[in-house]
Ligand binder design. Structure first.
Ligand code: S3P
Length: 180
């Protein structure tokens, strides 16, 4: 069966946005990052939404956005780390296309994220962050494909995805260049 969209899920810092952007470029598809889309719609950063209105408001923005994506085609969608936890979101996303989970262990994630301070749910300290990852991973693992990104560059993750979807992409336009 042809793949109509590709949906990237996984914990914060696993590379969904970077991989998604490059993958979309390779396929000639549109790229959408749910966090960025919510920031644009609400004219506030994710941190600001959390701070001013709370997580519940952010989660409802996520659900509204996911609902609006239904029916879209030829999109690579990078979801926020919490998006697939909502069963309605998960149902819509899995119906839209192929779900791919990106995985990395917590220490790799924290190293990749470095000092960036734009993730309100990742400030609790290493052990708390690891617990959150452990609680969520079984949900991410329901994706059709799981890629352990620990030892991989962004391009290697993209290549692996391209190999897996080969022949199943609607009128895909595979490009050779890997530049952003
Ligand atoms: C969240 C992940 C973030 C963002 C928000 C909440 C989460 O997205 O949606 O801070 O609950 O895991 P990224 O996974 O893109 O960092």
């Amino acid at each position: 069966m042809k793949i109509e969209n590709i949906i990237l899920v996984g914990f914060m810092g696993t590379g969904k946005t970077s991989v998604g952007k490059r993958l979309a470029k390779h396929l000639g598809w549109e790229f959408l990052d749910t966090d960025l889309a919510i920031e644009e719609i609400s004219e506030m950063s994710v941190s600001e939404i959390f701070r001013r209105h709370g997580e519940t408001r952010f989660r409802s923005e996520e659900t509204v956005l996911v609902r609006r994506l239904q029916g879209q085609k030829k999109m690579v969608i990078a979801t926020g780390g919490g998006t697939p936890l909502n069963s309605e979101n998960w149902k819509v996303l899995t119906q839209m296309g192929m779900t791919i989970a990106l995985y990395a262990p917590i220490d790799v994630i924290l190293e990749r994220i470095g000092n960036k301070n734009d993730r309100p749910l990742l400030k609790a300290g290493r052990d708390e962050d690891e617990r959150l990852l452990q609680v969520r991973q079984p949900i991410y693992n329901q994706a059709e494909l799981i890629i352990d990104t620990t030892e991989l560059t962004i391009d290697e993750v993209v290549d692996e995805i391209l190999r897996k979807v080969e022949g199943r992409i609607e009128e895909g336009r595979i490009e050779d260049e890997t530049t952003d």
